[in-house]
Write a protein that binds this ligand. Structure first.
Ligand code: URA
Length: 459
């Protein structure tokens, strides 16, 4: 194969044939195409784009570059959810056990965070003993047995994406809709799903900052997923504000468990003097998180024809969540993946695990009109909760909780956020920076809806 002529064709905006794409993905995965040539191809794609047929060929070639999970026949549909990433986005954690309790099989292959957006695997690494690196056989066995798994990609799954993604990261070619689409979908297709719901974020802390770009990405992924035989839909959700009230790896695990079982955070635990939490019960403290978890479950029930309407589906998901079964399923999943449940529950009972906790307080009364997810993400990353490079070590205990959210009334000295830090100086510097993340206005602001749109087809 003359790869140079393919790069030149793409540079000139020509369309590549499916077999040309299959060949270069195979050769690149086998180490027969140098990184510098592949980087040039990625840049050509970045500027010239790919046709629908090219996107399909590239995605399938990437999927087939490694193992595809094979499940025995079963009446329980295989489903998953993928989010394009944000701050405090912990939906996968409560969602997987909820879906298992709703009669699905959930082979949730997740990723790590990079930069300010958190990664599901990093959150799970904060659970004592929990293993996220599982061989394909164990993934299938656990899904068959308990209904869900949340783990990382094995070395043998979609190796082409691993190599291409690493090159994109250092060649300025990450923000390309065709490349993001093929990267995400190749991994999801390797799970052999019946249905997939995509949570495409837009806003200050999202990959796609505008709703228009998020819609373009969502439409490309929905079209491709459906074309490849997976019933796919997308919801566009706002990421100007963090999801829930906690961000940071362990703090998010804790909030996820509270979403499954609000008694984990009894109302009294939230009743800090002169704080906005005084007037809320534990479940309403993370209403947006709970709502998004239920929405994702409801869509999958409808997509797999297990429910006739979204309203009926949501009620079913809510009843299931309220039954307490998903909390028990969560414990089952933890045990199956090697967690020390005793140590986990002890950790859960602690108010904080970071050495220093300080509060950021409102300087005046009013209404929270901004709680900036991007700045909050940057502060958490710099506290040690995220990575600046792929090699950075993570501090799982740091982060922010008890966030005040837009629309909420605050008094002077109400808590706007608690900062969990490794030391006093880090805590003080985070507090100083975080002040700019909040705006307090005299009048209640217009609060943006979390779910802006649902994309089910190419219309
Ligand atoms: N997540 C992925 O897996 N790939 C991308 O390209 C972007 C986000």
């Amino acid at each position: 194969m003359n790869f140079l002529s393919l790069i030149e064709s793409k540079r000139e905006g020509k369309t590549l044939a499916p077999n040309q794409i299959e060949n270069f993905v195979r050769e690149f995965t086998a180490g027969k195409i140098p990184d510098y040539q592949m980087a040039a191809m990625l840049m050509a794609i970045y500027f010239r784009g790919l046709t629908t047929a090219e996107i399909t060929a590239l995605t399938l070639a990437m999927r087939d570059s490694g193992d595809v999970l094979k499940f025995p026949r079963d009446k329980r549909p295989l489903v998953d959810k993928h989010s394009t990433g944000g701050i405090g986005d912990k939906v996968s954690l409560p969602l997987a056990p909820l879906l298992a309790c709703l009669g699905f099989r959930v082979p949730m292959i997740s990723g790590r965070g990079l930069g300010i957006t958190g990664g599901t695997l990093d959150k799970l690494d904060s659970i004592p003993g929990f293993k996220t690196l599982l061989p394909a056989g164990k993934i299938v066995e656990q899904v068959q047995k308990i209904g869900c798994v949340i783990c990382g990609q094995t070395d043998r799954m979609v190796p082409a994406d691993k190599k291409i993604y690493a090159l994109r990261d250092v060649s300025g070619t990450v923000p390309s809709i065709p490349l993001i689409t093929t990267s995400i979908l190749s991994k999801k297709l390797a799970e052999n799903l019946d249905a997939l719901v995509l949570d495409v974020k837009f806003g200050a802390a999202a990959f796609m900052q505008t709703k228009t770009d998020a819609r373009k990405l969502a439409k490309a992924m929905v079209a491709l997923g459906n074309e490849c035989g997976v019933n796919t839909r997308a919801i566009l959700t706002n990421m100007d504000t963090p999801l829930g009230r906690a961000a940071g790896n362990w703090l998010e695990v804790k909030e996820s468990v509270a979403c499954l079982d609000p008694s984990v955070l009894p109302a009294s635990r939230w009743q800090i003097k002169s704080s906005q939490f005084c007037r809320q019960d534990a479940s309403s403290t993370f209403a947006d998180l709970r709502s998004l978890v239920l929405d994702c479950a409801a869509h999958l029930l409808v997509q797999t024809r297990k429910a006739k309407s979204l309203v009926a589906a949501r009620k079913r998901a809510e009843d299931c969540l309220n039954s307490g079964a998903p909390r028990k399923k969560w414990d089952e999943m933890l045990i199956a993946q090697g967690a020390d449940l005793g140590a986990f529950n002890k950790k859960l009972a602690l108010d904080h695990t970071a050495p220093v906790v300080v509060e950021l307080k409102a300087e005046k009364p009013g209404f929270v009109s901004r709680c900036d997810a991007r700045l909050i993400g940057e502060v958490i990353r710099d506290l040690g909760g995220g990575r600046l490079t792929k090699e950075s070590a993570i501090n799982y205990d740091v982060g922010i909780d008890r966030l005040a959210k837009p629309g909420e009334a605050v008094q002077k000295n109400s808590v706007l956020a608690r900062i969990h830090a490794a030391g006093q100086s880090q805590a003080e510097s985070a507090r100083a920076r975080l002040r700019a993340a909040f705006e307090i206005s005299a009048k209640p602001p217009l609060v943006t809806r979390l779910v802006a749109e649902i994309i089910t087809s190419l219309r």
